[in-house]
Design a protein around this ligand. Structure first.
Ligand SMILES: Nc1ncnc2c1ncn2[C@@H]1O[C@H](COP(=O)(O)OP(=O)(O)OP(=O)(O)O)[C@@H](O)[C@H]1O
Length: 205
């Protein structure tokens, strides 16, 4: 279970939010909503342990995440709003490198299969700098096909995706929730996630 207890966030001179609470169980998805600049990405950065809260605590399986450190990171899959792919590498190389960095085993066959699922068949060996924005996004999202970690934190995952890819991603997130996973996601477009319990949290009124 992921819990946020009385969180406060200050960036620069501004208090973005205070007294923020939620509890998320296996099979549940939390949609973070709010205007531009409300603090959604800041909250995600807190949830992955990159930004310490001004006040309050985040707990994973009942333990404060700053105490869990590596144990928490091993349960976490974070996809930022930037794709974090290397432009000079091919989609296949990017996917294999991401798995290695995350200390996960991923065979070349499984990586090729994941790229095919995200509609990149035939593009596996082309440097990412030659791909369109939506295709680059798909390379980043291909990680989720093979991802077994229980907690997904996704920053604007639907940006730049066409209708078919939005449906595909909604299905991948649904499958994760059905397997008892948890997900926290920021988005400006509400997408229907067919399975799992969906909660909404609006930041900044
Ligand atoms: N390092 C920083 N120092 C000072 N202010 C910052 C810093 N990082 C972010 N901010 C400010 O914090 C506010 C919230 O930013 P954040 O990226 O969390 O918003 P957001 O809700 O994700 O917005 P968007 O919907 O536009 O992505 C913004 O006003 C931003 O300028």
């Amino acid at each position: 279970m992921l819990e946020a207890d009385n969180l406060e966030c200050v960036r620069g001179e501004r208090r973005l939010f205070a007294g923020l609470n939620f509890k998320l169980e296996g099979g549940e998805l939390l949609y973070l909503q709010g205007r531009n600049g409300a603090g959604k990405t800041s909250l995600l950065r807190m949830l992955i342990g990159l930004l310490p809260p001004e006040a309050g605590e985040i707990r994973w399986r009942g333990m404060a995440i700053d105490k869990l450190a590596d144990e928490f990171r091993a349960d976490l899959c974070y996809l930022g709003h930037l794709n974090a792919i290397k432009e000079e590498l091919t989609p296949l190389e990017n996917l294999l490198a991401a798995a290695r960095l995350a200390d996960e085993t991923l065979s070349e066959d499984d990586a090729i299969d994941a790229l095919e699922q995200v509609g990149l068949a035939g593009r596996e060996d082309l440097a990412c700098k030659y791909l369109s924005q939506g295709q680059k996004r798909r390379v980043a999202l291909a990680r989720l096909v093979t991802e077994k970690r229980p907690l997904w934190i996704l920053d604007e995952p639907f940006v730049a995706l066409d209708v078919a890819a939005v449906d595909w991603l909604a299905g991948i997130i649904s499958g994760h929730l059905q397997r008892g996973g948890l997900a926290v996601m920021t988005t400006h477009q509400l997408v229907n996630i067919p399975a799992g319990q969906v909660r909404e949290l609006r930041i900044g009124g």
